[in-house]
Design a protein around this ligand. Structure first.
Ligand SMILES: *[C@@H]1O[C@H](CO)[C@@H](O)[C@H](O)[C@H]1NC(C)=O
Ligand SMILES: *[C@@H]1O[C@H](CO)[C@@H](O)[C@H](O)[C@H]1NC(C)=O
Ligand SMILES: *[C@@H]1O[C@H](CO)[C@@H](O)[C@H](O)[C@H]1NC(C)=O
Length: 353
């Protein structure tokens, strides 16, 4: 691998890959029948010993585990070092993520949001709290997971959060998302397994690197985003808009190994897409600005930074089998860049012997 090339190369390749997200098609992708048909999100970095780049997904691992081919699982087993974006098993990481999301100087949302928007937000969260017991499944209740507890765990301190994080929180408080809580998501599950197997684990990003770009949207952009998010959820509540099943679509495409659908889907980075052709022109402009800001900060800059760190870690651990587990969309983009750069990255073929 030519480490010196990697950063600029990734950046250059990615700059040309401005494909628009394709609409997820609900009906076409069918889960494969046998191991042979499974198409994994695994790339092998050909060196001796090999290293792997694996695309994870932030959904309950039980929904996707059986669709992850044996070669990917074997690559994980064989690896001495496992790296994640962030180490979600580390209590410091969790508390740093939580505090990064809070308003500064002890402020409350009521102090910063326009009155009307604040009350719409409060009304929506009251609705979610009211509905949550009926959204939860018998299996969740069987495990002792109750609506009050879950609501507090997700939204307990919402009045102290920055508006951008409240917006993301509102998006994760839909019926389908609530029903999938209580089982570790795939990336967390892998981290837990790595710990159990006494592998050495690490993170390639710092909390601030994930958090600060989101906090960097300016106030008018954030108000726009929160307003649009609330409008959408209010329409679902009123029955005039079908609830988006993005998580379900994502699981299906992941299980089918449908790389394009996952890579170019906005929701893999769990960021909403506000570009909506029915918006008035000045709001279209704001939606575009937010979209390009996110692409720049959370895709291009981040890819370059992470690419460099992966290279450095590979050099430091020359004699170790390394396994990098990153969000599927992002791994896909990174691996494609490496692949087209002929850096010896090969898709789907893990040979661990
Ligand atoms: C926010 O950023 C946009 C685009 O950079 C700019 O047009 C707008 O004036 C900014 N608003 C505030 C309140 O700073
Ligand atoms: C929310 O968006 C709607 C429609 O785009 C707009 O009419 C309304 O003024 C916005 N409200 C706020 C508080 O920005
Ligand atoms: C697009 O924006 C309009 C006006 O803000 C809203 O009524 C509509 O529900 C939005 N459509 C989607 C698909 O979000």
């Amino acid at each position: 691998m030519h480490a010196a090339l990697a950063g600029p190369l990734l950046a250059a390749l990615l700059a040309t890959a401005r494909a628009r997200p394709q609409p997820l098609d609900g009906g076409q992708c069918r889960p494969p029948g046998s191991q042979r048909d499974l198409n994994s999100f695994l790339w092998t970095i050909r060196r001796d010993p090999p290293a792997y780049l694996f695309g994870t997904i932030h959904v309950p691992y039980t929904r996707v585990w059986d669709f992850i081919p044996d070669n990917s699982k074997a690559a994980f087993q064989a690896s001495a070092r496992v790296y994640f974006e962030l180490d979600l098993t580390d209590p410091y990481t969790i508390s740093a993520l939580a505090s990064c999301q809070l308003l500064p100087h002890g402020e409350n949302l009521q102090d910063v949001l326009p009155r009307e928007l604040y009350w719409r937000l409060k009304r929506h969260l009251d609705y979610v709290k009211l509905m949550m017991p009926s959204w939860m499944t018998p299996a969740q209740r069987g495990k002792g997971l109750y609506a009050d507890y879950l609501f507090n765990a997700i939204a307990g301190n919402w009045e102290r959060k920055r508006p951008v994080w409240v917006m993301l929180m509102v998006n994760s408080l839909t019926e389908t998302d609530v029903r999938s809580r209580g089982v570790p998501v795939l990336d967390l599950y892998l981290a837990q397994q790595a710990e159990k197997m006494k592998k050495s684990t690490g993170a390639v990003e710092r909390v601030e690197e994930q958090c600060h770009p989101l906090n960097g949207l300016n106030f008018s952009q954030v108000l726009f985003a929160l307003n649009q998010t609330l409008l959408q959820h209010e329409s679902v509540r009123a029955g005039s808009l079908q609830a988006p099943y993005t998580t379900e679509d994502l699981i299906k495409h992941y299980n089918c190994g449908d790389l394009n659908a996952v890579i170019f889907n906005h929701d893999t980075s769990q960021l909403p897409n506000f570009i909506n052709t029915t918006l008035p022109p000045h709001e279209q402009v704001t939606a575009q600005e937010i979209d390009s800001y996110f692409r720049q900060e959370l895709i291009y800059k981040r890819n370059e930074r992470m690419g460099k760190r992966v290279m450095a870690l590979l050099q430091e651990n020359e004699d170790k089998i390394c396994f990098f587990a990153f969000g599927a969309g992002d791994s896909g983009r990174r691996a494609r860049a490496l692949e087209s750069g002929c850096l010896g990255v090969q898709h789907g073929t893990a040979t661990t012997s």
